[in-house]
Design a protein around this ligand. Structure first.
Ligand code: HEC
Length: 185
């Protein structure tokens, strides 16, 4: 009986401490002051596992289709490059100020993931589709599925598979809007 009382008391104390913390306003909410490593780890773990689980059963189209890649290029350039950059750009005012930081989707560390046809590459593409469609809570990543159909989102995923291999000139060609009229209509 005494044990139970102790446990209840402990729960009450930690519970009120939790509430006091939430209402105190002392947690810094500004995008310019990073999370503690514990908060960061917790959020990242939550995000990774959630996206992995939600995207697992998606069926991939043929991501090497030129029509898809071209259609995705123009959309990427207009809607995504301000945050996720383009070949030859190291940062933008938008990408610098966001927290969490938008990953640079053009850089070589991404390359090893797209060079083979492994299961891992397919899973990555599924996750990219899911993230583009649904966005990510409490980050700058919008949910594009509210305004764009699945076909257009897969097109951007197809383009993302090519993006790390492109130099600046190839990027300009692949993202020109004229390329895409056919693919869209
Ligand atoms: C306003 C800035 C912003 C725009 C515009 C934006 N994103 Fe993002 N995006 C983010 C941020 C920030 C993250 C990282 C979120 C996180 O780590 O929790 C992200 C994450 C992603 C990821 C996951 C990458 C990974 O490795 O985890 C993909 C894929 C992605 N965005 C694709 C796109 C595409 C495609 C577009 C255009 C249709 C786009 N984003 C537009 C800010 C943006």
């Amino acid at each position: 009986m005494k044990q139970i009382l102790k446990v209840l008391l402990l729960m009450l104390v930690t519970g009120s401490a939790g509430f006091a913390f939430l209402y105190s306003g002392i947690y810094p909410m500004g995008a310019d002051s990073p999370h503690t490593s514990l908060t960061y780890w917790a959020l990242e773990t939550l995000r990774e596992h959630s996206i992995e689980r939600a995207s697992r059963t998606l069926v991939l189209p043929d991501l090497s289709s030129p029509d898809l890649i071209l259609a995705g290029g123009a959309d990427y350039n207009e809607m995504c490059s301000a945050c996720h950059l383009e070949p030859g750009k190291r940062g933008s005012d938008m990408s610098a100020g966001l927290y969490p930081q938008p990953p640079n989707l053009t850089i070589p560390p991404f390359l090893h993931r797209v060079d083979d046809n492994s299961e891992r590459t397919s899973n990555l593409a599924r996750e990219q589709f899911w993230v583009i469609k649904h966005g990510i809570k409490a980050s700058g990543m919008p949910a594009w599925g509210k305004t764009h159909d699945d076909q257009r989102i897969w097109a951007m995923v197809a383009f993302l598979q090519q993006l790390p291999r492109l130099d600046s000139a190839q990027y300009q060609i692949l993202t020109a809007r004229g390329n895409t009229e056919e693919a869209h209509h």
